[in-house]
Design a protein around this ligand. Sequence first.
Ligand SMILES: Nc1ncnc2c1ncn2[C@@H]1O[C@H](COP(=O)(O)OP(=O)(O)OP(=O)(O)O)[C@@H](O)[C@H]1O
Ligand SMILES: [Mg+2]
Length: 359
Amino acid sequence: MARSATKAKPTSEKKPIERVEHEGLLDVRNLTTYFKLGVGDVKAVQDVSFTLQRGESLGLAGESGCGKTTAALSLLKLLPENGRIVSGDILFDGRNLAKRTEYGMSKIRWKEISIIFQGAMNALNPVKETGKQVAEPIQLHEGLSEKQAMVRVRELYDLVGINPKRVMDFPHQLSGGMRQRAMIAMSLACNPKLVIGDEPTTALDVMVQAQILELIARLRKELDLSFILISHDLSVMAETCDKGVVMYAGEVVESGTTTDIFNHATHPYTRQLIKAFPNIHEKREMVSSIKGDPPNLISPPAGCAFCPRCDERIASCETEHPGLTEVERGHFVRCVHAKARTMDGFVPGDEAAPDQEGV
Ligand SMILES: Nc1ncnc2c1ncn2[C@@H]1O[C@H](COP(=O)(O)OP(=O)(O)OP(=O)(O)O)[C@@H](O)[C@H]1O
Ligand SMILES: [Mg+2]
């Protein structure tokens, strides 16, 4: 029988994946993530937005429990069982990760976005050679044998400043700094476009911390990497990042370039956070801690979440929840006083204003 020229295409043919238009490499829009507990939902991340360009670095800062790790784990959809993304979009290189299936995410993790998990350098398997542990994602995602993967691990050790001969060392044979370098090597194993470092320097002494931050800065340049650096210490963000997001009680309270945040810190919380950490470049001063505790995220306050701890609160702070105000181009602040502190001459909406909140 003659073949018909108009024969229908086989149904197995894959539909091309539609690419989503968005800004930069990563465009997080109104991300909201909750954890379910018996007593209610923990509102760990609320309406968080930010963008990241290729090759750019962004710092995510704030006190313990403010939602930094939850935001990072949401991006990779690696939340614990009781966690869920309630709403928002995670637009990454033309795809919306918030809507992606588990199978779809498995193609993104390590190969396109990798993460240095909080505390991972102290969670290495003590009875397995570090190099073999670094090789695991390469074997898994590139389908290589252990022998083939170890060739790449030696290159990676060299790249991050560990003698490649030390691939067979066990974790206890490496210093803290070297173990963190090995974790950085693991994050780079499959050539991702974006690396997330969750407190990568927190457990290290100041000298080693500086070396690791230098290494990250060098790798970013050499590999044209985008980087999200999570830290509770704003000075770490200042040293390493192009821009920053300060979180408090699951929300963005201030965002902008690191220069905006440090030279024109506007939210009372950001200003207190800056004071709370010593700056190695400036004269020694008494380091202050922020009085009081962050709110319960199961039933956060109706008004400003920082209000009970804020020296500048006014009556309306207790009842009115402030939105983000743009105080200078690209610099957003969630505070009732923000409008009054708008930088000299800047009138929001005067130029082509961004159509969403966040950086
Ligand atoms: N599995 C979970 N179930 C319930 N609540 C959780 C869970 N994981 C985290 N939380 C809560 O969510 C909030 C945000 O936690 P998260 O770990 O994201 O904070 P963080 O900013 O990374 O803090 P840290 O600086 O201590 O690492 C906290 O109140 C925390 O107690
Ligand atoms: Mg954390």
